[in-house]
Design a protein around this ligand. Structure first.
Ligand code: ZN
Length: 350
């Protein structure tokens, strides 16, 4: 367990056991919570434990336990559209929980849908058309796969890592390379991963086809009464790092592309990566101008009536194997970690 994961678990366990989260809940909870997930699949960790993106995955069993726990705790499962009504009304008799899943993983259809059906829980999947069409790069997963099997030197900017097949070198390489690649300007980042993929014979398009739903599968999901499909840019770019015209194109055309393929209107958007460094005030404005009814970030927090004026900058709470205990989800949904994160404020929308 990493140091940050240990600290996280200690913090959540302390908030749970001390009763602090429950005591502060009336003050901090707000109207409800929007959870953010990615992949949902049975545990398939690498035999050697090298799984740096494991934090993007939840098991179906975890999702099932989380939904059971939230229902018992009095949460009402709402679609995004119904949650917007609740936010605009500014009050509700019970707190709501909205489930959202980013990127369009095929396992959402195979493994998450049956769990959501069992609990009659609506959910939204934010789809990146470039992943569906295998025309853009899931760089973080590609980098993990390349490091997992490559030997030799990989350079990125001013850093380099040497791989010899040992698990220690794999982790060292990930820890050195991933932060540098994450921070590269968007087009440089993709050029870099294409270069590395070509060198090691890694098929980036095949990775998209393996991981992401086809258009037929997205259409199948879109036809389900519990499912809503939202947009997630054309190329999974951090929009705040793009010039305005390009950011606008990514925001507007991803929705249009989905509408064309699905034959229905798309009203909701999620900012890729979604934190302060990846989406800001200009991008919230671009989403408003594009006509979206809502857009979600990954700025941590619960939803308050005050968000009614900031529906293009909604906070979410990340759910993944990092929060292995469902009781920690209850702590997250209490709003206390979000308020701590936002220095006590309800809103973090600037
Ligand atoms: Zn994403």
């Amino acid at each position: 367990m990493s140091a940050s994961k240990t600290l996280l678990s200690l913090t959540f366990e302390a908030l749970h056991r001390s009763g602090v989260a429950e005591a502060l809940r009336p003050w901090s909870q707000g109207l409800g919570v929007i959870f953010c997930m990615h992949s949902v699949q049975p545990d398939s960790s690498a035999a050697d434990g090298f799984a740096p993106n494991a934090g993007l995955t939840s098991t179906p069993e975890f999702l099932d336990a989380a939904l059971t726990m939230l229902r018992h705790a009095g949460y009402e499962f709402l679609s995004l559209d119904d949650a917007l009504v609740r936010i605009n009304e500014g009050r509700g008799t019970s707190p709501f929980a909205v489930f959202t899943l980013d990127d369009g993983y095929r396992d959402n259809l195979i493994h998450a849908l049956p769990v959501f059906e069992r609990h009659a829980c609506p959910f939204t999947v934010y789809v990146t058309p470039g992943f569906v069409e295998a025309s853009t790069e899931m760089w973080w997963l590609a980098l993990e796969r390349i490091i997992a099997s490559a030997t030799g030197r990989i350079e990125a900017g001013a850093v380099a890592a040497d791989l010899d097949g040992s698990v220690a070198r794999k982790w060292a390489a990930w820890n050195v390379l991933a932060p540098v690649v994450q921070e590269m300007p968007e087009h440089d980042q993709r050029q870099w991963i294409r270069g590395i993929a070509a060198r090691f014979g890694f098929d980036l398009a095949a990775l998209c086809r393996e991981q992401i739903m086809s258009w037929n599968e997205v259409r199948k999901l879109a036809a389900h009464p519990l499912a809503t499909i939202g947009a997630h840019t054309l190329n999974h770019f951090a929009v705040s790092r793009l010039p305005e015209e390009e950011a606008r194109r990514e925001i507007v055309l991803s929705g249009k592309s989905l509408e064309r393929e699905l034959g229905k209107a798309v009203h909701h958007f999620a900012y890729p990566y979604g934190n302060v460094a990846h989406a800001g005030a200009r991008d919230f404005r671009l989403c408003a101008e594009a006509g979206y009814a809502s857009a979600v970030t990954t700025r941590m927090g619960t939803v308050y009536a005050e968000h009614g004026k900031h529906l293009l900058a909604l906070p979410r709470v990340m759910v993944s194997s990092k929060y292995a205990q469902t009781r920690w989800l209850k702590v997250l949904a209490s709003g206390v970690p979000g308020r701590m994160n936002n220095l006590g404020r309800k809103l973090n929308v600037g």
